[in-house]
Design a protein around this ligand. Structure first.
Ligand code: FE2
Length: 315
């Protein structure tokens, strides 16, 4: 959705017909903004992961609202806080987060399900999953103040009222318990859980990503299946049983190219089922951009994209 890029947001702010800054954005409008932004690629090359703290960057600052991207490694959290006089909204772009509020059950937040709130709304957002997550946030008026709280019993007690600039997002106040595994109890749930964290690509989108960016197509099918079905030219063959060892940058058995957690890895299998589990496993290793192709090799064939019978050397 190119109309949801940062450029569009900036253009909107420069438009003489832009809303009166004094009016601000409603929570629903902010939810629409973060949803459109997360669905675009305006954030994907900006995000970095940091093991010591959550990473964040303000992507846009206008007169009436601002937009942030935040990355979350497993177990990273905000602690309880509010956003002062700003209303806000956020959405998960990839991965899974949890929102905690006093006296309420935690809410699992998956891509495409924005949360919106008014002024003085307090919450604690956590990455309780085993993989990284990226979220997009918007605030109106632009974020200038955050107040932090401790949970005492079921009550939030203000830690300090000192005004803080938005950079205080980076401060980590709480150590949380180790993440709990949320393994599904059967394969359908496991697959749905894996796909909740993926931004899956159509075959043509995967083709474009390979042709025009640094994306790496990875064929995880067994040899016998490749021989029967054919191949995708330019795809790297890494069979499923060694996948994690080949792409973990810390693995002694890694591929030469596997030096960064920022690699854009696009996995495919025959029909796009095993590949979803494999991509989710790569995300759990920290390869946050890992995803797969809808329909797998068969979907690629149906889309009329290039194939060959040539069997490349397996690394
Ligand atoms: Fe927040």
């Amino acid at each position: 959705m190119p109309l949801a890029t940062e450029e569009r947001l900036i253009a909107e702010s420069e438009n003489a017909l832009a809303p009166n800054p004094a009016e601000g954005k409603t929570p629903q409008e902010l939810a629409d903004i973060v949803t459109r932004f997360a669905a675009s690629d305006g954030w994907i090359d900006r995000v970095r992961l940091r093991t010591e703290n959550r990473w964040y960057e303000r992507l846009y600052l206008g007169t009436d609202y601002d937009v942030w991207a935040i990355s979350w490694m497993p177990a990273q959290s905000t602690g309880f806080h509010d956003h002062g006089d700003s209303s806000g909204a956020f959405v998960v772009a990839t991965g899974v987060l949890e929102e905690h509020r006093p006296g309420a059950a935690p809410i699992e937040i998956t891509p495409g399900r924005p949360r919106a709130f008014g002024q003085h709304y307090a919450h604690d957002v956590r990455n309780a999953s085993l993989g990284p997550a990226v979220s997009i946030h918007a605030y109106s008026p632009p974020l200038t103040e955050m107040n932090e709280y401790d949970l005492v019993g079921s009550e939030l007690v203000s830690r300090e009222q000192a005004s803080a600039r938005a950079e205080s997002l980076a401060k980590e106040r709480h150590q949380r318990k180790p993440p709990q595994s949320t393994r599904a109890s059967n394969i359908d749930l496991m697959l749905a859980e894996a796909r909740d964290r993926l931004r899956r690509l159509s075959p043509s989108a995967a083709f474009d990503a390979m042709a025009h960016s640094q994306a790496i197509l990875v064929d995880i099918r067994p040899e016998v299946q490749r021989a029967q079905e054919g191949n995708i030219p330019g795809a790297l063959i890494v069979e499923r049983n060694v996948l994690e060892w080949r792409f973990d940058p810390k693995s002694e058995a890694r591929l030469q190219i596997a030096t960064s957690y920022d690699l854009q890895i696009i996995v495919f299998c025959s029909e796009g089922y095993t590949s979803s589990l494999a991509a989710a496993a790569l995300q759990e290793l920290g390869l946050w951009r890992a995803t797969d192709i809808e329909g797998g090799f068969q979907g690629w064939l149906t889309a009329g994209l290039p194939t060959s019978q040539h069997i490349p050397h397996q690394p």
